[in-house]
Design a protein around this ligand. Structure first.
Ligand code: GAR
Length: 194
């Protein structure tokens, strides 16, 4: 079967990006990553891509007048690579209709909470603050409403009394690294165009 062409966007450490790469290499995900876009040239995601020989483009948000201009550049880069789906794997910028409309039902985000709880920034901190005893992560389709698009899959983790931000983040991320590649594989038939 033709590999799914996945474009990835990341801003930070890139552990979810690497989880996708590992799943591809292990044969659990029938896909290629023709392009990673980062908005910070020194981020961990960039270093991981270099290690795996995956092409990277740096699109620094500080060089654009507004969010739409940044998203226009993203659309043009991903369209040039004819990607089937774009994954926001820790992309810490709000995206606009420019990106959403260019990839309808084909823009996917991973978020570190059980949506619809704790949308927006620092979802792990929000969960700790709220005192919930279960949190987790969500893979969902991106729409114009922040962290509110259709849910594709979720995984739950316990929140323990002794949890710190770091310990809960680590537990959530462990689940993200399983959930994101598995969800891409499960939904590949919706996106594959070749
Ligand atoms: C992940 O935990 C992801 O859920 C979160 O950023 C982290 C990126 O980690 N995304 C958001 O909070 C989006 N609102 P990574 O760079 O190691 O993959």
């Amino acid at each position: 079967m033709t590999p799914l062409r996945i474009g990835v966007m990341a801003s930070g450490n890139g552990s979810n990006f690497e989880a996708i790469v590992q799943a591809i290499q292990a044969g659990r995900l029938g896909a290629d990553i023709p392009l990673l876009v980062v908005n910070n040239k020194n981020c961990g995601a960039h270093q991981r891509a270099d290690r795996f020989g995956i092409p990277v483009e740096v699109v620094d948000h500080r060089g654009y007048t507004d969010r739409e201009a940044l998203d226009r550049e993203l659309v043009s880069l991903f369209q040039a690579q004819q990607v089937d789906v774009v994954v926001m794997a820790g992309w810490m910028r709000i995206v606009t209709d420019v990106l959403v409309d260019a990839f309808p039902e084909r823009l996917v985000n991973i978020h570190p909470s059980l949506l619809p709880s704790f949308r927006g920034l620092d979802a792990v901190g929000q969960a700790l603050q709220a005192g919930v005893s279960i949190s987790g992560c969500t893979v969902h389709i991106v729409t114009a409403d922040l962290d509110a698009g259709p849910i594709l899959a979720q995984a739950a983790v316990p929140v323990l009394a002794a949890d710190t931000h770091a310990s809960l983040s680590g537990r959530v991320q462990k689940q993200e690294h399983v959930l994101l590649p598995a969800t891409l594989q499960q939904n590949a038939h919706r996106w594959r165009q070749g």
